[in-house]
Ligand binder design. Structure first.
Ligand code: GLA
Length: 396
């Protein structure tokens, strides 16, 4: 049943995209913006360039993925960070819809995980502690008493090896990194590959793969902050969000799940039909107080681990639509509550509170300490595999 739903909605998204392209071809020159003309469609491609240098001299490269519709994704080897993502609106006008910095220095100075690959464990592990096969492990704590997003130097702050590819159906880049035994306190050498790919159907996918030589928790995700009206254009409270989740995992005041799987019915966490992000965000409700807004893991409605439609977001002014598909059981919906105007990002944009949202597909936070949650332990001989797609379209 879930698979059926995901297929039919996928068609809606791609059909909307197709309608937008058709409209665009009929409009006048100015309305077309950067939209390619019908018979001069560019070939999908990936190009490679130098982005910057770490203080120790390590080169950081950027890869620009472009599809036939002119959609363009730029990602760098530092943290696998998506530094820009340009998609058309309903009139064919392109805008960059992710938050970030213009240059490497910004990402090195201070970043709330803008655009990055997050690991070894996305989200929090209580007190940075867990036991596994009778052994106790102590991880770096970097978020109050807790471990967050892989620790002090997580996968968002390492330089990944990168191999670009151009295939018949997509273009992309494979990022690889081997996390050494003991890194940030985690057991085992963990070899990780994350493949970014862009198709001509405006699908941006992330395929995660990992193997280990000792049992270890693994929970990888992508931490892009989106604003479908365009980076720096204001807050995201008017975006309309749907999350196909009948349950969520309530947290304590340090954002560690209590262990409960709570129904969303009758709460501000019910996004099963499209609702403005801002409609209930200021309600005086304990969970919203703890998160200072939404910063919660939603338990996706799904029967199995096949790719399923998890969420979609629509921005009414521009018509831009983003659908999220994943094989993961959960998604962390975060409304940029900790952005406070102290970061000046791309093109001088000052990022105020709630100027971006994240939909981080994942296993549930603190799973190594929550026996009732889906397991996150990868063992030698097994393979970690996970896939997420962000699909872009418009509603005319
Ligand atoms: C995740 C967390 C948030 C916050 C952001 C990064 O979404 O759940 O609490 O730490 O990352 O700022």
């Amino acid at each position: 049943m879930k698979t059926k739903r995901s297929r039919s909605l996928a068609v809606v998204v791609s059909r909307s995209g197709a309608i937008a392209l058709a409209l665009c071809a009929c409009g006048d020159q100015s309305e077309r913006g950067q939209m390619p003309q019908p018979n001069e469609q560019p070939r999908a491609s990936v190009t490679r360039a130098t982005f910057g240098q770490l203080p120790d001299g390590t080169q950081v490269e950027s890869f620009t993925l472009t599809n036939q519709n002119g959609v363009e994704v730029r990602a760098i080897t530092y943290g696998g960070i998506i530094t820009s993502l340009r998609v058309p609106d309903r009139n064919g006008r392109f805008a960059d819809v992710v938050l970030g910095y213009d240059d490497l220095a910004g990402y090195l100075t201070e970043t709330p995980y803008f655009g990055a690959i997050v690991g070894r464990y996305g989200n929090r592990i209580a007190y940075g502690r867990f036991t596994l096969d009778g052994n106790s492990y102590s991880l770096a704590t970097n978020n109050g008493p807790n471990h967050l997003h892989g620790g002090i130097k997580g996968f968002d702050k390492v330089v990944w090896a990168a191999e670009p590819f151009e295939r018949a159906d997509d273009v992309g880049v494979v990022f690889s990194y081997t996390s050494p035994d003991g890194e940030e306190g985690y057991p085992g050498n963990l070899a990780v590959q994350v493949t970014y790919a862009l198709t001509n159907r405006n699908e941006l996918s992330f395929e995660y793969y990992a193997v280990t030589d000792k049992p270890t928790p693994v929970n990888l995700t992508q931490h892009s902050y989106f604003n479908l009206a365009g980076d720096g254009s204001g807050d995201i409270l008017d975006h309309r969000l749907t999350i196909y989740a009948g349950y969520f995992t309530p947290v304590d005041s340090t954002l560690i799940p209590s262990g409960a799987i709570a129904p969303v019915t009758g709460t501000p966490f019910d996004f099963r039909s499209a609702t403005e992000i801002g409609a209930r965000i200021e309600q005086d409700e304990e969970q919203l107080r703890y998160g200072q807004g939404y910063d919660h893991n939603f338990v996706l409605d799904r029967a199995d681990s096949a790719l399923a439609h998890a969420a979609q977001v629509y921005e009414p002014e521009t018509g831009r639509l983003m659908a999220v598909y994943t094989t993961e059981p959960g998604v962390q919906f975060y409304t940029g509550n900790f952005l406070d105007g102290s970061i000046t990002g791309k093109a001088g944009h000052v990022y105020q509170r709630r100027y971006g949202f994240c939909l981080e597909t994942q296993h549930f936070p603190d799973s190594p300490n929550q026996p009732e949650f889906p397991a996150t332990i990868l063992r030698p001989g097994a393979e970690y595999r996970s896939r997420t797609e962000y699909v872009f379209g418009v509603i005319p």
